[in-house]
Ligand binder design. Structure first.
Ligand code: PHE
Length: 465
């Protein structure tokens, strides 16, 4: 029949386990590690956060990662195709994941373009010349095509457009090269480079005055926080997001693995590598924030931010105030670019693979069919004054609802409607060096849905109030 059964002769494949592991780490290590984790950990118990964080990793992050691997590898397809082969009527889960991927790709690319520009801006720290400093500069820069003060903001039009174009051309080239020569090859180069650059950044930051105060604030354990259920929800939320589980990413990547592959051993490597890098990010970011607090004579508490504010307002300020700030800037924004790029290609791959499987297209055709429209829409959409608020709405929707619902629905369907866990466990254990016991059922069928369900309720309540 047409549809999922139609599949291009050559879907592509990873050459081996190493290629897959680098690609999977590339997806997991992203903006969330650098700009989300440090503030989440600080706000939720500091050093004590490590406990709920590890519990979340072991009881839900890695178990759901295994579920993604099992579905993708056993049913060998893009998200909609694999779910369809699992059970015809579950194909909708795959399309839901494709929709989320599409939305995330739109704004992830934009952030990457900004980081690319800011890598270069770090050299002359041009935000210094703005009367309102880094914050004022960023406001004008992000409204390049529709800012209130068109005369000023118009200067940034070429910068934004060129870097957006550069991001998309690179993405298109890499994706057109395919799974091994594009996705795996770029991850194998970018991830080690990222680690080296980030370690240099951490070492440099550690020697800034005030760095120790920053680390003290970050690691000081607030054990009482562990009694707060919100802290546990935050830990699970961070793990889900950071490991890129339930986005259809890991499912798609594992469909490119050879039939005889050690899935569970690979999953453990990916899970622990991601968390190790995340903790390194906390050290780097808080050393820098400690410096910023001291330089400005304020408490650490007043300088802790996450997301766009951390990267594009706090860090430029740090770069301007620190000795040899340009180096810090190039390392920080360069890291964002590398980490973000390997995540962006993973999210775009969910869509490309789905289109390729659905229409039986060649790799290059499906790459262009998917990437060109996303590139155009994201460039036009975000070059206006609506851009920033829209980014916020899309990010919230995708990460607080879209993905939580996808994870919840898929684990419940697999565990209770289809009762497919034992088959999937056998599949994972067939070649897996790490043997999965029956505890896995409890993680996927009880712990994960419970936490996901509560998160969904909390997000809804806070939206309504
Ligand atoms: N795992 C990535 C991170 O920690 C986030 C991400 C989510 C990447 C979805 C791609 C897709 O930043």
């Amino acid at each position: 029949s047409a549809g999922a059964a139609t599949q291009s002769a050559d879907r592509g494949a990873f050459r081996g386990r190493t290629a897959f592991i680098f690609a999977a780490i590339g997806s997991a290590v992203g903006l969330g590690n650098i700009w989300r984790f440090p503030a989440v950990a600080y706000d939720n118990g500091g050093g004590a956060f490590i406990l709920p964080y590890l519990v979340a990793l072991l009881t839900a992050g890695i178990p759901l990662l295994f579920l993604d691997y099992a579905i993708g590898h056993r049913w060998r397809g893009s998200a909609p195709a694999a779910w369809r082969r699992f059970r015809r009527w579950t194909e909708f889960i795959g399309w839901w994941q494709v929709l989320i991927a599409l939305i995330i790709a739109l704004y992830y690319a934009l952030i990457l373009a900004w980081a690319t520009n800011y890598t270069i801006f770090s050299l002359d720290q041009r935000w210094d010349s703005h009367p309102d400093g880094a914050a004022g500069f960023f406001g004008e820069y992000t409204q390049a095509l529709g800012g209130a003060d068109v005369a000023v903001s118009f200067d940034y039009v070429p910068a934004v457009l060129i870097s957006m174009l550069a991001v998309w051309i690179t993405v298109i080239v890499v994706m057109a090269l395919g799974v091994q020569k594009g996705i795996a090859a770029s991850s194998v180069v970018f991830i080690p480079l990222l680690v080296v650059m980030f370690i240099i950044l951490v070492v440099r930051s550690l020697f800034l005055p005030g760095a120790i105060d920053g680390l003290d604030a970050f690691f000081r354990p607030n054990w009482a926080a562990l009694a707060d259920p919100g802290v546990w929800i935050a830990a699970y939320g961070q793990i889900f997001f950071s490991l890129s589980v339930a986005f259809g990413i890991m499912l798609t990547y594992s469909s490119y693995l050879k039939k005889k592959t050690d899935l569970t051993g690979s999953g453990l490597v990916v899970g622990f590598a991601n968390s190790s890098f995340e903790i390194l990010c906390g050290i780097g970011v808080f050393s820098a924030l400690g410096f910023m607090a001291q330089a400005q004579g304020v408490a650490i508490d007043e300088v802790v931010v996450a997301g766009v504010g951390l990267a594009f307002i706090a860090f430029p300020t740090i770069i301007s105030e620190a000795p040899a700030g340009a180096l810090i800037g190039v390392l920080f924004f360069g890291s964002l670019v590398l980490a973000g790029f390997t995540s962006l290609i993973s999210i775009v791959e969910v869509v490309i693979a789905a289109v390729q499987d659905k229409f039986g297209l060649a790799r290059v055709s499906s790459t262009l069919l998917v990437c060109v429209p996303i590139a155009v829409v994201s460039t036009v959409l975000f070059s206006t004054t609506m851009g920033l608020p829209l980014l916020d709405v899309m990010d919230k929707w995708a990460n607080e609802y879209g993905i939580v619902a996808a994870a919840l629905v898929s684990s419940l369907i697999v565990a209770f409607v289809v009762r497919g866990m034992p088959t999937l466990r056998d599949h994972l254990n067939f070649r897996g060096t790490f043997h999965i016991g029956r505890w896995w059922y409890a993680c996927v069928a009880i712990i994960a849905p419970l936490v996901l369900g509560v998160s969904l309720i909390i997000s809804t309540v806070s939206l309504l109030s």
